[in-house]
Design a protein around this ligand. Structure first.
Ligand code: FES
Ligand code: FES
Length: 165
């Protein structure tokens, strides 16, 4: 039985936060479980497990994706980014993370990694959103702590910084 399940695993190689990494997953294994269990990236949070809350959001080839709705084998060969890759290798937070800290954009922090990945992907496509657009974008994520106000301030602060303000 053990041998059978070993044989049913597929080798997966992806660029994960800038480094090529390989592992094995059964075809039905979710990307969220693969990243947490096989790659030890516990910043990928799992809550609803059916695509609603956004806690598990990572970037695949630049796009924000619910990793609980993605099979690990689908990310074979892809460029995958998680919140662990946002800070520098020396551990310095990036500008978005600093803004979340400054504006109290998080409390328990459970929703935060997924939101950061969505915001990063969003700002690449829409680098100068207004407040209404930021609120609309954040509505794709469930946060039960903050009331969203601090997050909106944080994103708008980064938008200003990144646009030379
Ligand atoms: S855990 Fe994936 S969207 Fe909620
Ligand atoms: S900070 Fe607690 S769920 Fe968002």
């Amino acid at each position: 039985m053990t041998q059978l399940s070993q044989e049913s695993k597929h080798k997966i190689t992806m660029t994960l936060n800038g480094r090529e990494q390989s592992g094995y997953a059964e075809p039905r294994m979710l990307l969220s479980d693969y990243l947490r269990q096989e790659m030890a990236l516990q910043g990928v949070h799992v809550a609803c497990e059916h695509g609603v809350c956004g806690a598990c959001t990572v970037r695949i080839n630049g796009k924000a994706v619910r990793s609980c709705l993605t099979f690990a084998v689908q990310a074979d060969g892809a460029n995958v980014e998680t919140a662990e890759g946002l800070a520098s290798s020396e551990g310095e937070l990036n500008d978005l993370q600093k803004a979340f800290r400054k504006h109290h954009g998080l409390q328990c922090g459970f929703c935060t990694p997924g939101i950061l990945m969505s915001v990063e992907a969003y700002l690449e496509v829409n680098p100068k959103p207004n407040e209404e657009e930021v609120r609309d974008m954040l509505s794709g994520h469930l946060c039960r702590c903050t009331g969203y106000t601090g997050m909106v301030r944080a994103v708008l602060d980064v938008v200003e910084q990144r646009n030379g303000g």
